[in-house]
Design a protein around this ligand. Sequence first.
Ligand SMILES: [Zn+2]
Length: 407
Amino acid sequence: MRDLRRVNRAAVLTRLFQEGPLNRAALVRLTGLSSGSITNVTAALLDEGLVVEAGQEDSDGGRPSTLLEVNPDFGVLIGVELGETRIRVDAFDLGMGVLGTADVSAHPQHHEAGQTLDQVVEAVDKLRRRLAREGRELLGVGMAVPGIVGYQDGQLRVHAPNIGWRDVALDPISKRLGLPLFADNGAKALGQAEMWLGAGRGTRHAVVVLWGTGVGAAIFTNGAVYRGATSSAGEWGHTAIVAGGKPCRCGASGCLEAYVGGRAILAEWYRTDPAATPLPDPDSEAWLDRFIEASGSNVLSAAALDSVAVSFGVGVANLANLFNPEKIVIGGWVGMKLAPVLLEKIRQTVERQALEYTASRVSIEVGHFGADAVALGASMLVVDELLSNGGALRPSTATRRRRSGVG
Ligand SMILES: [Zn+2]
């Protein structure tokens, strides 16, 4: 009985979060629950403050009906983007509006995991104190990492060799914060944000690509992310596009990332164009704007940019042929800058390279979210847990085991 109640609450909350505001009649239609159940469930959710009224809607001939939505002010979600070259810690309300940002100066590649996590804890505490003054409370923390999140020996663990993390346990961080903590790979977190609220909304079969310093993909089949046997599916950046090609930092050669990853693009630009002007800080991301600008007037830069588009397009064609998605969404900090410039060239490459039937049925788009997309996606790990548990957060073994998909 308790389980059935939770399932019904989860169905109502999920519809309201993804499609709200909705009236009770729409909830009956969308959830398949009886109108009696909807009346009971919504009354309880209103009473607990998880759901609020959002105005009236005229119905044909009848009396106006009340619209309901998930209460944006029910609690605060923390999203942590642990990238290869930067860390973002953002606070969001349940309407996914930004409430604040806290700075973290530790560089993930130049600091020990312990030092980096200390700074993340400090940043979350700083946000907690600031938001407490507005009467807001934190619900939980979602963390996106540049690697694989698994579950071993009763502990949530991260394996991210690109930032020197080997088997780093996250449960102590959850304990220190006194908050439930959920974690996933950065591409999968970005994918969740784009699928629920962004460019992937309304599609069942899609691939969301994280194009940054590293390159990854979140593959959605029938609305759910595909994880594979040990949660590492979607390491698209390490699929080869050239047999025996450029060495990749993963140890293999010819990987897509060795041609289109942030560092690879920067190296190629410096190599091919003697007029390229190096910046003192390769992590600044500003070099990419300079590269795009240079390609407008310099043939060598233009050729380098062109080859990035073709290599990326070949990778995208592979995704189209393998997964037959309705949509491929491009995000990530490199993607947000380059995709708008290169989209036509990428589409042309896909048309040339993928099977005609598949290529003609996939739309390739730029993601909706900007620089905070991965942190937003990370915070949605908390939302996902909240909704699927019918409005409660349980940092229990069972929920995380289900999430990580690793026994
Ligand atoms: Zn590789």
